[in-house]
Design a protein around this ligand. Structure first.
Ligand SMILES: [Zn+2]
Length: 340
């Protein structure tokens, strides 16, 4: 099954989404029971079982002022490729964002030797974080493509400390429950993040509590390049150029960087031009990411469908899809109010 077929599960093809409000719930395919559920407590916290998809749109007025997110990636290109639009949107809405990169990226990318690869990827990581407006970068430095050899307790301990120190409310990361992910750095990081989110709010790792307080992560935006549950589609139309920039500045690895200017040059050597690449290197790099990497050749270059096609299903120009897990709020106060 193709990954994005999950998206289709809960929406009629003809549904038109009005451009109002920060988010709205598309009721599922669904029988009467599902619809009843969606009218109740699921407006804030839809569950995949109910077949609902929330369309999250940009909201003016900094609704997330005071909140903190961590964008967590094993390699310098993961967040820009899969969630750059959402990261830019959340920052525009008032979040303070931090980047945590778990691997040292030694095994991939431009450089004459391992040392140069590590350095170039670190520079690309700093550049993409700056392009997205993130406040600070933390590099955990685990060996690239070898993250299974580390004790997950150790990785979790460091993440838990950072979540407590930075008071992280929200994480953006690979989906720990997606299927067919082949890169060990991706799934090891995702599993460690998932556990660290709740453990940061517990009394685990008690020695940390002499300098930081328990602080659990309440919201998660998980992306994947294999099949996953999708229950949230973020409208990234206003931030697509920012997402493009965050990929263009990654020049050491990944499908963006200078790929457009390189293609333009190689076509020129064959006496060919591609109008979409424009008349100079900068335009070629930008347009390559926007129109080829994120749209026309997305499945080949990124392993996921086009952001444009994802958006089109919901009446949006550009969009990113996630398995979103929100705050687990109790219904007891409301029950007591009505019944006591
Ligand atoms: Zn990666």
């Amino acid at each position: 099954m193709k990954r994005r077929h999950f998206i289709n599960a809960g929406i009629k093809a003809s549904t038109i989404i009005p451009a109002v409000g920060a988010s709205m719930v598309i009721p599922g395919n669904a029988n009467a029971e599902d619809k009843e559920a969606s009218a109740g407590n699921s407006m804030e916290r839809p569950t995949p079982e109910q077949g609902n998809i929330v369309i999250e749109k940009y909201t003016e007025g900094k609704p997330h002022a005071g909140k903190v997110f961590a964008a967590i990636q094993p390699h310098c290109d993961d967040i820009a490729i899969f969630a750059g639009g959402t990261v830019a949107k959340l920052i525009a809405e008032g979040y303070t964002g931090y980047m945590i990169r778990t691997s040292n990226d030694e095994a991939t990318g431009a450089g004459k030797n391992v040392g140069e690869q590590v350095l170039n990827n670190e520079l690309s990581n700093d550049a993409t974080a700056a392009a997205l407006g993130l406040r600070k970068v933390y590099n955990l430095g685990y060996r690239n493509h070898r993250m299974e050899e580390y004790n997950i307790q150790e990785i979790k301990g460091r993440l838990i400390f950072l979540f407590r120190l930075l008071k992280v409310d929200t994480v953006i990361c690979y989906d720990p429950w997606s299927q067919y992910e082949e890169n060990p750095d991706h799934y090891v990081t995702a599993k460690a993040v998932e556990a660290a989110c709740w453990q940061a709010g517990s009394h685990d790792y008690p020695e940390q509590l002499e300098v930081v307080k328990p602080h659990s992560v309440k919201e998660k935006f998980y992306f994947a390049r294999g099949p996953q549950i999708v229950n949230r589609v973020v409208d990234t139309s206003r931030f697509i150029d920012k997402k493009v920039e965050s990929n263009v500045v990654i020049t050491s690895q990944g499908p963006g960087g200078h790929a457009g200017s390189a293609l333009r040059k190689s076509l020129a050597a064959q006496g060919k031009t591609l109008p979409i690449l424009g008349n100079n290197d900068a335009t070629a790099d930008f347009n390559y990411v926007k129109h080829l990497m994120l749209d026309i050749d997305s499945q080949h270059l990124r392993g996921v469908p086009s952001d444009k096609e994802t958006g089109k299903k919901y009446g949006l120009e550009w969009a990113e899809a996630f398995h979103y897990i929100g705050p687990n709020t109790s219904l007891l106060p409301e029950y007591i109010k009505k019944n006591s």
